[in-house]
Design a protein around this ligand. Structure first.
Ligand SMILES: Cc1cc2nc3c(=O)[nH]c(=O)nc-3n(C[C@H](O)[C@H](O)[C@H](O)COP(=O)(O)OP(=O)(O)OC[C@H]3O[C@@H](n4cnc5c(N)ncnc54)[C@H](O)[C@@H]3O)c2cc1C
Length: 400
């Protein structure tokens, strides 16, 4: 059996290795359009490759896979995060776990994983063709089976969009429109941007009048805001924000508190710190410069006043801005170049037991080309490994 894999990235390599480990006799060729393989893996996790997650803090898979969580849940019965962990260690890559269950090689270097992949690819005689862009399945006529692992929209946008006519004998490839996920928000507020570098630890973000809500740290950047709560929201609301042209109101609760609790906290300060200047005492553990920025917004000429001189009206306005602030998202920004694609090959067109296209069993998919994407934390690689393993099993099931 001859198998062609289109795309020499994480999913393509893993699929190739799994195939050879399951059945040595299969001939595997990997077609990579560029002159290098595993490029994204190399730069992943800031060069450290956050290759999976222990999932010990994940209560609900939909929180970490906004698209594809049901499929991922099923596939974890076939190849789970624990299986991935063991697979890497068995292949000589020692792993360690960091906060949030994020898993990295102990070397803190993605080359450790790349070198392992390349070592086994050579050992198993996998045929790797660089500078081999596949634009039509007809280019792969001599192959019994084709696996598409072309990644997300950056690397395969045209592939995802143009393949419709190439599938002879089958329906057009069903694609959910690919759009970016995991990005920072541009906010046109120079005063906020002047605080670039500050992190506000415990913020609730909501896209008004939607179900999209996250909480966690927010990092102020030179262009707006980023950090875990923002990236998660960009993932949950990826389609909505794309449709709005990345222009949207954003509701911000900077202190993650209810209005009445925050009022009580401030009133308590008026009693216990009555003689202290309000700007020098904030009860919410906010960075000092951020607290001053908040005060400037509501009482521009009175930030020097003492707690005892703060009026009820000012307390209410302060509560309002702390708990119900509104920012305008005016665009999308990169997050240290990391992003994934939301959308891709529709999951209902794929048999999840094999990752094969229901309409054409000669074709299967793995990795980011599928309509599965996760938030940051190792979830995207985990999806790539799991779908690739399942695809390998599916190909061999057809062979036998
Ligand atoms: C900067 C950055 C950091 C990241 N860090 C992490 C992280 O730490 N943890 C995590 O879980 N996820 C991370 N991700 C996401 C993760 O890298 C991807 O989800 C993962 O690489 C997807 O694997 P893939 O094999 O599906 O696609 P890719 O790794 O993108 O591989 C696809 C390959 O197919 C090739 N290709 C495309 N079209 C064709 C064609 N027509 N013919 C031939 N070849 C083709 C491409 O050149 C590419 O080599 C990161 C992403 C980025 C951009």
């Amino acid at each position: 059996m001859k198998v062609a894999i289109i795309g020499g990235g994480a999913a393509g390599f893993f699929l190739a290795l799994c195939l050879k480990e399951m059945d040595k006799s299969v001939q595997v060729s990997v077609f990579e359009k560029s002159d290098k393989v595993l490029t994204k893996l190399k730069m992943s996790g800031g060069g450290r490759c956050n290759c999976t997650n222990t999932f010990e803090y994940v209560k609900d898979l939909s929180q970490v896979y906004p698209r594809g969580h049901r499929t991922v849940k099923k596939l974890f019965n076939v190849f789970s995060p624990k299986d991935v962990y063991n697979w890497f260690e068995r292949h000589g890559v020692k792993l360690k776990t960091e906060d949030g269950g994020r898993v990295f090689p102990v070397t803190d270097d993605s080359h450790t994983i790349i070198n392992m992949f390349l070592h086994y690819a050579v050992k198993y005689g996998i045929d790797i063709r660089l500078n081999s862009r596949i634009d039509a399945f007809a280019q792969l006529d001599g192959y019994d089976f084709i696996a598409v692992t072309t990644g997300g929209m950056n690397s395969s946008g045209s592939f995802l969009n143009n393949r419709q006519d190439e599938l002879s004998d089958s329906e057009p490839l069903p694609i959910i429109k690919p759009v970016p996920s995991l990005f920072a928000f541009r906010i046109d507020d120079n005063r906020l941007k002047s605080l670039a570098g500050l992190t506000i630890e415990n913020v609730i973000l909501t896209v008004p009048k939607t179900k999209y809500k996250t909480c966690g740290p927010v990092l102020i950047t030179h262009n707006g805001i980023s950090g875990p709560a923002v990236l998660k929201l960009s993932s949950y609301a990826a389609v909505l924000l794309n449709e709005s042209g990345y222009k949207s109101k954003l509701h911000v609760n900077w202190v993650s508190g209810k209005d009445n609790e925050v009022v009580a906290e401030l009133r308590d300060m008026v009693v216990t710190n009555s003689g202290k200047e309000i700007k020098n005492r904030n009860p919410f553990n906010l960075p000092q410069r951020f607290w001053e920025y908040m005060l400037l917004k509501i009482m521009p000429n009175r930030t020097d006043i003492r707690y005892k001189d703060v009026t009820d009206k000012e307390i209410n306005r302060l509560v309002n801005i702390l708990c119900n602030d509104e920012l305008m998202i005016c665009g999308r920004d990169t997050n240290k170049d990391e992003f994934v694609t939301c959308g891709g090959v529709a999951l209902d067109a794929v048999d999840v037991n094999t990752m094969q296209l229901k309409a054409d069993r000669r074709l299967c998919f793995a990795g980011e080309v599928l309509d599965i994407d996760g938030i940051t934390g190792g979830y995207n690689f985990q999806a790539a490994w799991t779908t690739a393993f399942t695809a390998a099993k599916g190909i061999l099931a057809i062979k036998s």
